[in-house]
Design a protein around this ligand. Structure first.
Ligand code: ATP
Length: 357
């Protein structure tokens, strides 16, 4: 298991800024260190700068300001071919006129590795990715998942300092995508190669990464482990972006020792200065009670959504909607009153995390 941030830095970004002609600030003063062997995910909504950041590390974009160090060397002025990183794109970009062996061995050919050696190396990497039976096929004769593995094999064959993946799983169907995710995680553990992975899928980032950077408008809003991002999202933006069911984010008001939220009065362990307060609870940390209690949010059950082993229950309250995840069979009937009891909550002031409750 990687101890994030503790090992030798492999990729270091300093004050990295990219402004495109026309004034789009795709990257805005990014500082980041990625450790040797780390699996690092860049996560964020469309247009937040994930791909631009990856392309800047790869040398496919020139930063407006700032530096990229790879393996202790200032790579900022180097062309992509001299950075010793392998990039795998969304569309795999494997050559249609070459068979699997030739595709995998292609980077070795560029490096002038002798033919026998590169064929042997391609066969070795192909075996690791269960491609041995497909070595003589061309891309058109492969499934999406197989093409993706060929692209990965080609990246591995280069023996790079780091892998850069731009949504490599996004062209796969849902089931194959889950399989590929587990496969990629296992492979990355085995090879222990530093990996930067772009995704807009938060479940994918949580499942794969040692650390995640959540980006918005060219900035890194939070860089932390998946557990930290899930349990202690630093801002209401991260809180609303992460989680398979969205977090309940409710306006709150503080008095001396209590917090007033959506019809409930909740104890406060320490006084907080009033301000623009937001109280956050994940639906998974909400229990439903059939009887009234002062520390619970009163509402009327308006929707049941089946999540398989659990049900997402929506309560309508005078001011807002509140959601709770309950075990299947425990949902109160539609139209009945219910009280949502928070078990684990977060308090934000001016959209920044103040404390956990
Ligand atoms: P997506 O998830 O949709 O791929 P992203 O987070 O990867 O998005 P980027 O592709 O990095 O986002 O784009 C960041 C911002 O920079 C966007 O506003 C985009 O429109 C802009 N941008 C990207 N490339 C260029 C370019 N070549 N010229 C001008 N603007 C660009």
């Amino acid at each position: 298991m990687t101890r994030p941030g503790k090992e030798k830095p492999v990729i270091t970004l300093h004050a990295l800024t990219k402004t495109f002609p026309g004034g789009v600030h795709a990257l805005d003063d990014i500082h980041l260190t990625i450790a040797d062997g780390e699996f690092f995910a860049l996560l964020g909504p469309s247009g937040c700068g994930k791909t631009t950041l990856l392309r800047t590390i790869a040398g496919l974009e020139t930063p407006t300001r700032g530096t990229v160090h790879i393996d202790g060397r200032d790579a900022t002025p180097l062309p992509p071919g001299q950075r010793d990183v392998a990039m795998v794109f969304q569309d795999y970009a494997i050559f249609p006129h070459m068979d699997v062996t030739t595709n995998i061995a292609y980077p070795l050919r560029i490096k002038k590795v002798p033919r026998a050696e590169r064929t042997a190396k391609a066969a070795d990497v192909a075996a690791r990715l269960s491609l041995t039976d497909l070595l003589h096929r061309r891309p058109a004769e492969l499934s999406g998942g197989q093409q993706q593995r060929v692209a990965l094999a080609r990246a591995i064959a280069c023996h790079p300092t780091a892998f850069l993946f731009d949504e490599p799983l996004s062209n796969l169907d849902a089931r194959l995508r889950l399989e590929a995710r587990t496969f990629l995680k296992r492979l990355q553990r085995e090879l222990a190669v530093t990996t930067v992975f772009v995704t807009h899928d938060q479940a994918e980032a949580l499942a794969l990464a040692d650390r995640i950077a959540v980006m918005s408008a060219g900035r890194m809003i939070q860089v932390a482990t998946p557990a930290e991002i899930f349990h202690r999202p630093a801002t209401t933006f991260v809180a609303s972006f992460i989680g398979s069911t969205p977090m309940n984010l409710l306006p709150a008001r503080a008095t001396d020792a209590a917090l007033h939220v959506a019809g409930a009065t909740l104890p406060l362990p320490a006084p907080v200065q009033d301000g623009h307060l937001t109280y956050g609870v994940r639906p998974e940390y909400m229990t439903l009670s059939p009887t009234e209690r002062p520390d619970a949010f009163p509402g009327t059950v308006s929707v049941h959504e089946n999540l398989g082993t659990h049900t997402l229950v929506t309560l309508e309250t005078p001011a807002t909607l509140i959601q709770a995840v309950v075990p299947e069979g425990d949902e109160p009937p539609l139209g009945t009153p219910a009280w949502a009891v928070p078990r684990r909550a977060l308090l934000y002031r001016d959209d920044t995390l103040l404390t956990t409750l």
